[in-house]
Design a protein around this ligand. Structure first.
Ligand code: FE2
Ligand code: FE2
Length: 192
């Protein structure tokens, strides 16, 4: 009889230890992930707004590139949503800010896009920093994908921005770039 009681006590203790362990998401980390979902969905909203701007200027290649970019950002939000749920956390969606609707030029739009990606990189770095401070090594591992992704994001937006600067006021150059951007496809990794 005594041995049965003992077994149950051990089981309960282990089960509490499990809940306190690294699998359950820390509340501060959960909040930071929820804020990041909002930032990723805002990114999608911003790029959809840029796509509409380009469509309005009959630059359908630029618009196509931005629509795919928005799709990619939605995929990032979904990754965070899935991860919070895997770690037993709660996803709480908030309102998404209104994005800009007009830009002075394609160069101005891509300068904004690059600036926005740099801002997102800073946010991802803050998430990595927080995961280290609370010894959440699983989060550190999960976030590495985003660290690498941000290098690609800044490179992609920066390259187009630089080309637009080269093109300047030359309509031929702009149309050439528009054709180049119309060929963009999402890779499966980006589409996850
Ligand atoms: Fe993103
Ligand atoms: Fe991005």
């Amino acid at each position: 009889m005594n041995s049965v009681v003992f077994t149950i006590e051990i089981h309960e203790k282990n089960s509490k230890e499990y809940r306190k362990g690294s699998i359950m998401l820390n509340k501060e980390m959960e909040k930071a992930y929820n804020d990041q979902i909002n930032a990723e969905l805002f990114s999608a909203y911003l790029y959809l707004s840029m796509a509409s701007y380009f469509e309005d200027k009959n630059l359908s290649g630029f618009a196509h590139w931005m629509r795919l970019q928005a799709q990619e950002e939605t995929g990032h939000a979904m990754k965070f949503i899935g991860y919070i749920q895997t770690r037993g956390g709660r996803v709480l969606l908030d309102k998404i800010d209104k994005p800009a609707q007009e830009w002075e030029s394609p160069l101005a739009a891509f300068t904004d896009a690059l600036g926005h990606e740099q801002y997102i990189t800073g946010r991802i770095n803050d998430l990595v920093k927080l995961s280290g401070e609370i010894n959440d090594y699983a989060s550190g591992q999960f976030l590495l994908w985003f660290v690498e992704e941000q290098v690609e994001e800044e490179e992609a937006a920066g390259e187009i921005r630089d080309k637009l600067e080269l093109v300047g006021d030359n309509p031929h150059g702009l149309l050439f770039l528009d054709k180049e951007l119309s060929a963009r496809v999402l890779t499966s990794a980006q589409d996850e």
